[in-house]
Write a protein that binds this ligand. Structure first.
Ligand code: CP3
Length: 363
């Protein structure tokens, strides 16, 4: 008996039925029929959960990402509570960048803050390649989780080169990404050198997760929507494509997501995704026409709708499940992360509702 990286136990080359590789989530990513539309929520492990706030009370964010027992517990919390169809590793997109030697911190209420922003060729040289030993806590966390999760798939993730570059060049979160764009337009050679380095760090980080047993990966290009399609294609797509292509042989579904990407959906699919994440601005049937018939979609309830009365939540969930039927595969999710003020009971009800609305009789 051997176990391949998709988590499918195989005997004599025959895939075993059941297991995460046969889960509703992985099936939907592969555009295969399943028992119901799978659902998980970006940022499902996090501040909306009282049990999360309690366990994180005295542990700084980056440190919590480096403690496998804590990562395991936090990752499992929303699976236990909501019955979601997938877990996502608890970590942050800047974790591999810190492992690559960049001095940064995650400041409560602000986000990632970089001590010395990256703006010159010498700064780019400070971003070191990483390997498994530099993020052994991630390898260990994934292995612990895969053992605990049984048939529930675990999603690994990383930040895409543009979004990571934005934090590094700006030195922290930015509304306009002005310094990032100034570097991109002003010194394309340096820009491409920076993104090429970040692509190697991201690819190495995702490979560690795949080798440790994740069933899918999501590449977050959260802020790519700040770019026009032409600039995205020229300055960003080749680097994200390098990451996604580098994972091709692993055989796990690749999800690619950003916010405000209505104009970029086709290009983000072309970057090498199996599933394109869609925010709440683009209905899923429209998104499917832009992305094409050979990719699944993920999304796209506005996270703020979860703060509205239940009747509103219910009608929006119904609309999204219906519009998702236009896609060859649909993973239900929010259009961006769960807001901290969300009532977790509402998330649990959404999971049950999506399952009920989409239940298909066994073949
Ligand atoms: O819910 C929580 O806030 C949990 C803890 C936490 C995370 N990141 C977990 C995380 C905190 C405090 C951060 C800091 C951080 N890093 C922020 C939030 C700043 C704030 O206080 O609101 C941001 C924006 C970052 C940078 C970042 N991290 C981005 C852009 C992304 C991609 C997803 C997105 O929101 O666009 C991440 C990924 C991330 N951070 C995940 C987790 C658990 C993984 C993805 C997921 O769970 O969906």
């Amino acid at each position: 008996m051997t176990t391949d990286t998709t988590g499918t136990a195989a005997r004599d080359g025959e895939p075993r039925r059941g297991g995460p590789a046969d889960s509703p989530f992985v099936r939907a990513c592969r555009r295969e029929p399943g028992p119901h539309t799978p659902v998980w929520f970006m940022r499902q492990a996090g501040r909306s959960l009282p049990e999360y706030r309690e366990i994180r009370a005295n542990v700084p964010m980056l440190e919590s990402c480096r403690r496998p027992e804590l990562v395991t517990e936090i990752t499992l919390q929303p699976v236990r509570r909501h019955g979601v169809d997938a877990a996502i590793l608890f970590s942050d997109i800047v974790v591999p960048v810190a492992a690559a030697g960049i001095d940064l911190d995650i400041v409560p209420g602000t986000g990632p803050v970089v001590a010395e922003p990256v703006r010159t060729a010498a700064d780019v040289e400070r971003i070191n390649p990483i390997g498994r030993d530099d993020v052994s806590y991630v390898d260990e966390s994934v292995r612990l989780l895969v053992a605990e999760l049984g048939d529930t798939p675990l999603i690994g993730f990383a930040g895409a080169p543009f979004t990571l570059a934005s934090y590094l060049v700006e030195g922290g979160p930015s509304r306009t990404h002005a310094k990032t764009k100034a570097l991109m337009y002003g010194d394309p050679e340096l820009w491409h050198a920076l993104c090429a380095r970040l692509a190697e760090v991201t690819l190495a980080f995702l490979r560690v997760q795949v080798d440790a047993g994740v069933s899918a990966v999501q590449l977050f290009d959260s802020w790519a929507g700040a770019l026009s399609e032409a600039d995205y294609r020229r300055y960003v797509l080749p680097h994200s494509a390098h990451v996604l292509a580098g994972l091709g042989a692993a055989g796990v579904p690749r999800i690619h997501f950003g916010v405000g990407t209505a104009e970029l959906l086709g290009a983000m699919g072309e970057a090498g995704a199996d599933v394109v994440g869609v925010d709440w601005r683009t209905p899923l049937d429209v998104a499917t026409r832009r992305i094409g018939p050979d990719k699944a979609v993920q999304g796209n309830l506005d996270p703020a709708v979860l703060l509205a009365p239940w009747e509103v939540v219910e009608s929006q969930v119904r609309r999204i499940v219906d519009q998702g039927r236009a896609a060859p595969g649909h993973v239900f999710n929010l259009g961006h992360g769960v807001l901290p003020e969300t009532d977790p009971e509402v998330l649990t009800r959404v999971v049950a509702l999506v399952h009920e609305l989409s239940a298909r009789p066994a073949a």
